[in-house]
Design a protein around this ligand. Structure first.
Ligand SMILES: [Zn+2]
Ligand SMILES: [Zn+2]
Length: 171
């Protein structure tokens, strides 16, 4: 969604209130597909504070993804705040400058793109089906939440230690 800031660009203290929902497409990030189960809610404002525009919004998104350990589908509500500076530049594409400000071109910025970027910085990749998910057996792939699969798995760190112990026994 493009936010038109032409009205506040020349007006110190000028403010645009933001209260909207964004339709987001499924997005791939680091091998996971994130599905936005509902339109993403964004509430806050963008204010001209002289040198930059200050964007402060709260984001609420309902995300469908997969447990990072056992790959079961999970559905989570993710809430986070965005607090960014926006500066007007000549770049063709919205980007970040060296100071960490977001550079936009013309008199609009793309709110959806910022929300998506910040979502991946804040949230992606950490979802679990439950706090203590045991994950999958590395040997047979069984879901260890459903019980012990019977495979003998040894933590590689222990394996090295057992190795040393065996060797000293044989000496
Ligand atoms: Zn899990
Ligand atoms: Zn197993």
């Amino acid at each position: 969604m493009l936010i038109d800031v032409s009205q506040i660009l020349r007006e110190y203290g000028g403010r645009i209130n933001i209260d909207c929902t964004l339709d987001m497409d499924d997005t791939d990030f680091l091998g996971e597909t994130y599905h936005f189960e509902e339109p993403v809610k964004v509430v806050g404002s963008v204010v001209n504070n002289g040198e930059t525009l200050s964007l402060e919004v709260s984001v609420t998104a309902k995300i469908g993804a997969h447990c990072a350990r056992c790959a079961k589908p999970v559905s989570v509500i993710e809430c986070f705040d965005i607090d960014e500076s926006l500066v007007k530049g000549d770049e063709q594409e919205q980007s970040w400058d060296d100071s960490g400000a977001i550079v936009f071109e013309g008199h609009t910025f793309d709110l959806s793109e910022i929300v998506l970027d910040e979502f991946f910085m804040n949230a992606a990749g950490k979802y679990l089906c439950r706090e203590d998910c045991k994950g999958l057996c590395p040997q047979c792939g069984a879901d260890l939440n459903e019980g012990d699969c019977g495979c003998k798995t040894v933590d590689p760190r222990w394996e090295a230690l057992l190795d040393i112990m065996n060797r000293s026994e044989n000496d």
